[in-house]
Design a protein around this ligand. Structure first.
Ligand SMILES: C[S@@+](CC[C@H](N)C(=O)[O-])C[C@H]1O[C@@H](n2cnc3c(N)ncnc32)[C@H](O)[C@@H]1O
Length: 245
């Protein structure tokens, strides 16, 4: 990780797009539909733009997109794709990195807010976004609801995938709202292990971060088709807005 690419280094970037489910138009199109509507003819800022899973189809729908991305390896994959050269990417930490201009929508999808592993980092991210939004602009976050209800009392580990050649376990550190995802996979007869740290946050804590940054909740759904958010929802799509002057 000393290349500065974080957990999305060249090894991860090389196979990132193999996730057929997340690149399925049935998953991507509803995300893009919502973002086109919120962009309202203005510009979009993606935090953690990755290889352009959302940014490229959004740009194809006529929305100018700029990205902030920590991993040069991921950004290089985006740039190599058709249309990728039209999307500006600023390399840096999305909690603190600034870019020119303002945006009508900023978005942070696929649980990526959790890659910021401190509360201070997550608060800084909300403030950074608010500083980039036009008055009336929106910040959209897609993130899981912490799965503490799935932990038996006293246990800290929750298996999320148990297969023939691949296993995944989430390890919770409840005292510090920490979650480490451990991935084990048999590759060429050897077991490869990757452990990635996250910080989980409840929707109400994210609302407070938005409030600290001068934004307020406009919508909260359990999915991109605007499904209702309920006590059983396992993820949420939340839209905060910066008040119009
Ligand atoms: C799960 S991927 C999501 C990529 C893309 N948004 C998508 O939906 O496919 C998370 C991305 O966020 C980037 N990332 C994680 N933490 C970051 C940070 N603090 N600043 C900038 N980028 C970050 C990673 O390098 C990676 O490309």
């Amino acid at each position: 990780m000393d290349d500065g690419d974080g957990y999305f280094d060249e090894r991860v970037a090389a196979t990132y797009d193999d996730d057929v489910e997340m690149f399925d138009p049935a998953v991507v199109d509803p995300v893009v539909d919502v973002l086109v509507e919120l962009a309202g003819g203005g510009r979009a800022l993606e935090l953690g733009i990755g290889t352009g899973r959302i940014a490229l189809p959004l740009a194809q729908r006529g929305v100018p997109v700029h990205g902030i991305e920590l991993s040069k390896a991921m950004a290089a994959r985006l740039r190599a794709k058709p249309g990728g050269e039209d999307i500006g990417v600023t390399i840096g930490d999305f909690a603190t990195t600034t870019v020119d201009g303002t945006f009508s929508v900023a978005y942070l999808v696929f649980n990526t807010i959790m890659n910021l592993t401190t509360q201070a980092g997550q608060v800084a991210c909300f403030r950074n976004v608010a500083a980039h939004l036009e008055p009336g602009g929106c910040f959209v976050v897609e993130v899981m609801v912490p799965e503490l209800q799935r932990l038996p009392p006293g246990e800290t580990v929750h298996p999320f995938h148990v297969g023939g050649t691949r296993w995944g376990f989430d390890e919770y550190d409840v005292a510090r709202q920490g979650l480490t995802s451990h991935h084990f996979e048999i590759v060429d007869g050897c077991i490869e292990r990757t452990s990635v740290p996250f910080r989980y946050a409840w929707p109400s804590e994210l609302d407070l971060m938005a409030q600290l940054a001068g934004m307020r909740l406009r919508e909260r759904w359990s999915g991109w088709r605007r499904e209702p958010f309920t006590s059983d929802s396992r993820q949420h799509v939340s839209v905060w807005e910066k008040p119009a002057v």
